[in-house]
Design a protein around this ligand. Sequence first.
Ligand code: IMP
Ligand code: MG
Length: 180
Amino acid sequence: MSAPLPEGIERVLFTEEQIARRINEVGAEISARYPKGIKLIAVLKGSVFFLTALAHAIETPVKVDFLAISSFSNQPKAPGLVRIQKDLDHPIEGEDVLLIEDIIDSGFTARYLLQTLAGRGPNSIAICTLLDRTSRRIVQLPIAFRCFEIPDHFVIGFGLDYKQLYRNLGCIAVMNPDKA
Ligand code: IMP
Ligand code: MG
């Protein structure tokens, strides 16, 4: 059971079952690519829901760590300005790291994190995102694993929020903030 669909929902993009199936596929790809194991790093809070499901789908050893950022990438005055509010608990030197994202939109947030973490000497670092909205990309960056490409609409559910709500929806849905 998960939360009922809120007001303002236009349509369900991906059902709980579709998400679970796709995460299993991507988990199998990751297991094959990293036979010795992988450290998953998620950005609080949205990506935690995806990290948890993905970790269950990976069959090689998994470590997890978290960081929190403040992002101003939607503000015209400071595009791309990102700051780490809570850093990782452990070093990543010499480790194979996957940066787990809920959605990559402009790409500013992921690029900042990729560059910052790459500077700490991991053995490898790559991006794994639940959703990718390439139509709004401003900075190009390599995405090693992606569950779904989505159209240019605001979405909620499975970790994604509107004003901090709806993260607990099991599906991913298109939202019209004017009707919320
Ligand atoms: P970027 O830096 O523009 O790629 O922004 C990515 C971040 O913006 C994500 O990690 C989300 O927190 C947030 N975001 C972007 N699009 C959506 C959306 O459709 N729904 C909810 N959050 C979003
Ligand atoms: Mg967010």
